[in-house]
Design a protein around this ligand. Structure first.
Ligand code: TAP
Length: 458
């Protein structure tokens, strides 16, 4: 068998593993094996690359792989669940940057060798991949800094017009480069492309950042697919297309779950502090033991986890409390909103980590009609996803976002540390409901205290 055939077979095997892996990632039950399958696919694709006859600089490549592996391994081991979006943003940026770097080398070869020719379609794909990859690179890195709170939103006059002008310059320099292979045009093209990525992300903030990261994920996939065509690499074309399609679908789904259009996410300033009608009434608080004792007299309880549960790492304790209720014959369920937490599937991952069986977990659409027949809903560190303002307050930035109908339950306990607002930065009308009681404290400590109270009563 010749080497080329071996490489192509390996690439197709890798592509099949990517597709099967992605399919398995769509359910929490099979997600772990899906990640492993895709990882094996990536390993095969990398190994196959070494068989290219023209491959040289092997030592440098191996060194780069070693450094990358160590950094990624240590980073992934250390990262907290709450830091996952930042990590995804960083890896995304690296993918976009790598695609742009491939394009830079291909385009630079036109500069370095005046006899070199590139068909117009290949050139166009190289330039498009370079543009999208560069945008994803700087955009994702800025997103990383913003999620870390190292950078605030930046606004300036005529922002959108200036941003679009920079994008128009980048495209123009890309076109000019086809006719004039000169170093200044080459540099201007990449500089404006990279600048646009940074400018585009500067003003996006608040609840929109994870949607933008998902969009950059799609961009990275597209850039990789474009460069796959340029260097004739099947694995890059297939993997890039899959990532591009999956990222696009995820972006649309997330925007929909937050009731924001993509245009709105990208071009309209999200500012929760400047909105919403005034809230009348007061909130009522309840002592932890009192809340725990009330759980003895109910038949149905729904837990609603949110970002605060992730911060407190309370998932094990919550499952322990749920088990105590199950032992008492109480019907227990967990309700998950599609954008609870800070990334898609955030709550599913935490509950799976705590060992909560999938049968106890319901999606919003499945469970939303059940709240009205529920005795007590325990909201653990969730805020925006249970805010009835989404249904009633037209001035609210989350108006129209589907929420969990927690307000319809007979009794609601909200566990949170204090008066902190949710990601959208707005007041929560639920907390002022007559059937709602605030149980203040760190989620893990509150739930532990509830468990202790229930056990002492036995
Ligand atoms: P949030 O609305 O962000 O509310 C989290 C609440 O947890 C806060 O009000 C906070 O109040 C409380 N909290 C923080 N640490 C806590 C702790 N240690 N113990 C107890 N409570 C704690 O959370 P959510 O309801 O999950 O909503 C998610 C938000 O993120 C939505 O606005 C959504 O649009 C946005 N978002 C999510 C995604 C994805 S994909 N998940 C993507 C984009 C945007 P205290 O400070 O008072 O404790």
């Amino acid at each position: 068998m010749n080497t080329d055939l071996i490489i192509q077979l390996a690439y197709y095997t890798a592509a099949i593993l990517f597709i099967l892996g992605l399919k398995r990632m769509s359910s929490p039950k099979t997600a772990t094996s899906g990640v492993k399958l895709a990882g094996v696919g990536m390993l095969i694709a990398i190994a196959a690359t070494f068989f290219f006859p023209a491959m040289h600089n092997l030592l440098l490549i191996l060194l780069a792989i070693l450094i990358g592996t160590i950094i990624a391994w240590l980073g992934a081991k250390k990262v907290a669940m709450t830091g996952m979006p930042e990590m995804i943003a960083m890896y995304n940026g690296m993918g976009g940057g790598a695609a742009a770097a491939i394009a830079a080398i291909e385009l630079f070869s036109l500069l370095a060798n005046s006899d070199a020719k590139m068909p117009i379609t290949t050139f166009a794909l190289a330039v498009i991949g370079a543009l999208i990859g560069s945008i994803s690179f700087t955009g994702s890195i800025l997103a990383f800094f913003k999620l870390r709170d190292w950078l605030k939103n930046v606004y300036f006059p005529w922002q959108q017009v200036i941003n679009l002008a920079v994008l128009a310059f980048a495209i123009t320099f890309g076109v000019i480069f086809y006719f004039h292979h000169t170093l200044p045009i080459f540099i201007l093209f990449f500089a404006t492309s990279l600048l646009y990525g940074a400018l585009m992300t500067m003003s996006i903030g608040g609840a929109d950042m994870p949607v933008v990261i998902s969009l950059y994920n799609a961009f990275t996939g597209l850039a990789v697919a474009c460069e796959g065509f340029v260097i004739n690499n099947v694995a890059m074309i297939i993997a890039g297309t899959i990532v591009g399609a999956a990222g696009t679908l995820l972006t649309i789904l997330m925007a929909k779950a937050m009731n924001r259009s993509l245009m709105n996410v990208l071009f309209v300033r999200f500012d929760g502090s400047k909105c919403c009608g005034t809230v009348s009434g007061t909130t009522k608080s309840m002592e932890i033991p009192d809340a725990a004792i009330m759980l003895n007299y109910v038949t149905k309880v729904i837990f609603v986890p949110g970002y605060g549960m992730a911060v407190a790492q309370a998932q094990q304790k919550v499952w322990e409390l749920a088990n105590l209720l199950l032992e008492k014959g109480i019907d227990v369920k967990f309700a998950i909103h599609p954008v609870a937490g800070r990334m898609p599937g955030h709550m599913n991952v935490l509950l799976a980590e705590a060992g909560v069986p999938y049968d106890y977990i319901s999606d919003m659409d499945e469970i939303n009609d059940d709240f009205q027949n529920t005795d007590i809903v325990i909201v653990i560190g969730a805020n925006d996803v249970v805010n009835p303002a989404a249904k009633t307050d037209k001035t609210s930035p989350i108006y129209g976002m589907p929420i969990l109908n927690v307000d319809q339950a007979k009794q609601i306990f909200v566990i949170k540390r204090g008066k902190g607002r949710g990601y959208a930065g707005i007041e929560n009308l639920l907390f002022f409901n007559k059937n709602c009681h605030m149980v203040y404290g760190d989620a893990k400590q509150v739930v532990a205290h509830m468990i202790q109270t229930l056990k002492e009563q036995k």
